[in-house]
Design a protein around this ligand. Sequence first.
Ligand SMILES: *[C@@H]1O[C@H](CO)[C@@H](O)[C@H](O)[C@H]1NC(C)=O
Ligand SMILES: *[C@@H]1O[C@H](CO)[C@@H](O)[C@H](O)[C@H]1NC(C)=O
Length: 502
Amino acid sequence: MKLWTISVLFMSLAAQTMAYNILVLAPFGSWSEYKLAKILGDSLAGVGHKVTLVSGFGPSNDSLITEIFVGSSINEAGNIFELDMMQIISYASENQKRFCNSMYTNNDVLDIWKHRNDFDAIIAFSVINEIIAPFLIEYTGTYIGLCPIGIEGWQISNQGNRLPKSVTPFTLANFDENMNFLERVLNVLLELVIWQMYDYDMVPQIQTLLENYFPGMPPAVDLYRNYSLLLINSHFAMDGIYPLLPNQVEIGTLTATLPQPLSMDLQEFVDGAAHGIIYFSLGSYAKSTDIPKTQMAMLLEAFGRLPQHVIWKFEGDHIVNLPSNVITRKWLPQQDILGHPQTLVLISHCGTFGIQEATFHGVPVLGVPISFDQHRNAARLARKGYGLFLNWDEMTVELIVENINILIKDNTYRERLQAMSHALQDQKESPKERAMWWIEYAIRHKGAPHMHYAGKNLNVIQYNMVDVWIFLIVILMSCVSLSYYCLRICCRKGLCRKPKQE
Ligand SMILES: *[C@@H]1O[C@H](CO)[C@@H](O)[C@H](O)[C@H]1NC(C)=O
Ligand SMILES: *[C@@H]1O[C@H](CO)[C@@H](O)[C@H](O)[C@H]1NC(C)=O
C-alpha cells in the first residue's frame, strides 16, 4: 500500500517535472509579435523546458532560450502608409518569399529542420507564416498554433469552428462585431474577395517557392492549418465574446506587465508636466518617420497647442520645429509610461498589442489606424467608448486637439477603461500560466486527439447545412408540386365537384 502511494507520488512528480523540447517558429512578424513568442518561450524555459526560437529578430542577450535569426527582418518590409488594402495579400506573399529564401538558405535553420522530430512540440504563428510548413512534413510531435493578432475567424475556422460572419468582423474590416445590415454584407464580400486572392494568388506562390527547397512538398496550407491547439492573443472583455472550442485558448495580455519606475530623464519630464502626459506611438511596424509631411506638420502644431507634455516614440534622429512640450525617443518603456498615473491619453495606430496594453493600464486611446486590422480595432474602441479615432486623410490640427481634449475632459472614457482594466487584471490564472498549462497538456496527450472537433471533417457547405437545406427545399417543392398536379388531375376527372343537392 505504502509502496503504491510512493510510486504514484513519484509518477505524478515526474509528470510535473517532465522537461520538453519545444521549437517556436515565428519568422514573419512584428517586434511585438516576436516579443509575445519570446516571453512565451522564456516562461516555458523558466519551468525547465528546452526552447528554441526561430525569428526575424536578433538574439537578445538575456535569453533563457536558444534564439536563431532567420536572416531577414521585418524592418525591410517597407512603408505601410503606402499600403493599399487590396495589395495586402501580395505584400504578405512578397515578404514571406523574402523570409523563406533567407530561412531555407540558413544552415542553423536547416539543421533544426533536419532534427525537427527531436522536438516534442512545434509552436508557430498561425497568421501568414505558411513558409514554416516544411517543418511539419512527417512531423510526429504536437503542432500548436499561436495567433498574435487576437480573434481571427480564419485561424479559428482551421479547427473546424467556423464562427458566424454575422458577429465576426473580418480582419481588414473597419467595423467591430456589432454590425448593421450593410456591414454584414460588406463583411462577407470582403472576406470572399480577400480569400480568393489568398487561395489563388498567395497559396500557389508559396507552394512553388517551398517546392524549390523541398521537392515533393505536400500541400503547405494543409500542413500549416492542422494545429491541434490554438493559443489566441485575445481576451473576451476586450475582443468580444465568441464561441470557442476547448482547444482554442485565449491568452490575451500575456505581454502586459505592471509598470516599473521610469528612468531619471523620463521621470523629470513627467514631473514637469503639470497637465499630464500624452503618449504617442505607432508601434514597431509603422514608423513615425514614414508619416506623410502634411500630417506630420499638423501633429506638431496640435501638440504645440496642448498644455500637456507629449512623449513620442520616434525612430528618426530629430524633428525640426519640435514644440518644447514634446520629447522623442527611439525606444520607450511603453508599459511603464502607460501605467504611470500622469498618462492621460495614448495616441496609437491601434495594433493589437498597443491596444491591449492601453486597456490593461486603463488609458483612453486616440486611434490613428493605418492598415491591417487597425481600422477594426479602432472601430471597436470607439464603439465601446474606450476612445476616439481619426483617419489620416481627414486629419486637421483642430480635430487632433479637439479629440484629445474630449478624451481628457470627459471622464466617462477613463471610467469605462478602468472597469475594463480591472476585468483584464482579474483572471483565474495568469495568461502565461494558462498558455503553459495548455501547451504541456497538448504535448502530454500527443496533440489531444480527443479534442478533435467534428466540424473539422466537414467543408463550409456541409458545416453551414447548405446541402441539407437545399435537399429539404427540393423535397418540399416536389411534394407541393406533386400534390398540385394530383389535385388538378382529380378535378379534371370531375372528382372534386361538390355533390349536387338532392
Ligand atoms: C548583446 O551583446 C553584444 C556584446 O556584448 C552587444 O554588441 C549587442 O548589442 C547585444 N545585443 C542586444 C540585443 O542587447
Ligand atoms: C492533421 O493532424 C492529424 C493528427 O493531429 C493527422 O492525423 C492528420 O493526418 C493531419 N492532416 C494533415 C493534412 O496533415
